[in-house]
Design a protein around this ligand. Structure first.
Ligand code: HSE
Length: 288
C-alpha cells in the first residue's frame, strides 16, 4: 500500500491561517511488511528519526495506539521548513496510516478535525487532505471548510536554501491589530477569496498583494522576496506572496509567462531553486 500526500502553500496573502492550496510536490509512504517493531526507511537525514519518535508514527499511534507495526518507506520531495507544508503532509500521512491499518473508515472531515487539532491551524492540512484550494476556519475547536477549484494559473516557487521555522516566523507578528486594521485586513481577505472563487485572478492578485495580516512583518526574514516580487510585477504575474510562514516565495502568473518568470528568477543566481508547480486536485491518495 502507498499513501501519497501533496505539498501545500498556505495563506496566499491575506488568508492567514485559513487558506491553502495543494501543489505538485509529494510525500509518499510505502507500507511494507508487518514486523515486530516499527521501522521507517528514509534518506531525509540523520535528524529525522526512523522509529516511533518520527512525527508520522507519533501521529498514527496517537490516533490508534495498538496498530500492528510495519516496515515503512518514506520518500519526499517537499523540503523541510520552507513554507510548503512538509510537517502537515506527514501529519496527514500519519492519520491516513492509522485509518488504513486500523480500519477506522474516517471521513475526510474527520481527518481534517484530527489534523487541525494536531497542527493548530487548518490552512496546510486541509488542502493536503482534500486537494485543490481550501478555505477553512478553526475557532473554539471547531473546523469549518470549503473546497474549490483554483482558477487556472501557474505557481512559480522559489525555494531558498535555508530553513525558516514557523515558530520564528510567527515570532515577528504583532500580538494585536487595532479594530480598524482588522476590518481593513479582513475586507482585503474577503475580496481575495471572492475573486479566487469568481476566477478573477487579476483582482485576486491585487488583494493577495494587499495582505495586512502577516507579510509586511515577515518580508524582512526573506531577503529574496522584494526582488522576486519586482520580477513578477514586471513580467505580468498576478501576485507574489510568501508561501505559508516562508521562506518560499510564490509567484502566481498566467501560464504564458511562467517560463519567462522562472528564467528571470534563475538568472539572479540566488541561493535556492525555482520550480514550476501545478495544483494537485486529489489530496491524500491511497493505492493498494
Ligand atoms: N498559517 C501559518 C503561518 C502557516 O503563516 O504561520 C505555517 O504553518
Amino acid at each position: 500500500m502507498k499513501i501519497t500526500v501533496p505539498a501545500t502553500s498556505a495563506n496566499i496573502g491575506p488568508g492567514f491561517d485559513s487558506v491553502g492550496v495543494a501543489l505538485s510536490k509529494y510525500l509518499t509512504i510505502e507500507v511494507l511488511e508487518a514486523s515486530d517493531s516499527w521501522f521507517i526507511e528514509h534518506d531525509l537525514g540523520a535528524d529525522i528519526p526512523s522509529d516511533e519518535r518520527n512525527l508520522l508514527l507519533d501521529v498514527a499511534l496517537k490516533i490508534k495506539s495498538d496498530l500492528q507495526p510495519h516496515h515503512l518507506k518514506m520518500i519526499s520531495d517537499i523540503p523541510l521548513a520552507r513554507g510548503l507544508g512538509s510537517s502537515s503532509s506527514v501529519i496527514v500521512a500519519g492519520i491516513e496510516l492509522a485509518n488504513q491499518l486500523g480500519q477506522l473508515n474516517l471521513t475526510a472531515d474527520q481527518k481534517l478535525d484530527l489534523a487541525t487539532e494536531i497542527e493548530g491551524h487548518p490552512d496546510n492540512v486541509a488542502p493536503a487532505i482534500f486537494g485543490n484550494l481550501v478555505v477553512a476556519s478553526y475557532v473554539d475547536q471547531k473546523v469549518n471548510s470549503i473546497v474549490a477549484d483554483f482558477p487556472k494559473s501557474s505557481f512559480i516557487a522559489f525555494i531558498p536554501n535555508y530553513e525558516l521555522k514557523t515558530s520564528d516566523s510567527r515570532g515577528v507578528l504583532p500580538s494585536e491589530l487595532s479594530y480598524k486594521e482588522a476590518v481593513a485586513a479582513s475586507s482585503i481577505a474577503n475580496v481575495a477569496i471572492a475573486a479566487l472563487f469568481a476566477g478573477d485572478l487579476e483582482k485576486a492578485g491585487q488583494a493577495i498583494q494587499g495582505d495586512m495580516f502577516h507579510e509586511r512583518y515577515r518580508q524582512k526574514l526573506v531577503k529574496e522576496f522584494a526582488t522576486i516580487k519586482e520580477i513578477g510585477q514586471e513580467n505580468g504575474a498576478y501576485a507574489t506572496y510568501l508561501s505559508g510562514a516562508g521562506p518560499t516565495v510564490m509567484v502566481l502568473a498566467p501560464k504564458s509567462v511562467e517560463v519567462a518568470i522562472k528564467e528571470k528568477i534563475d538568472a539572479l543566481g540566488l541561493d535556492g531553486e525555482s520550480f514550476l508547480l501545478n495544483v494537485d486536485k486529489e489530496g491524500v491518495v491511497v493505492v493498494d
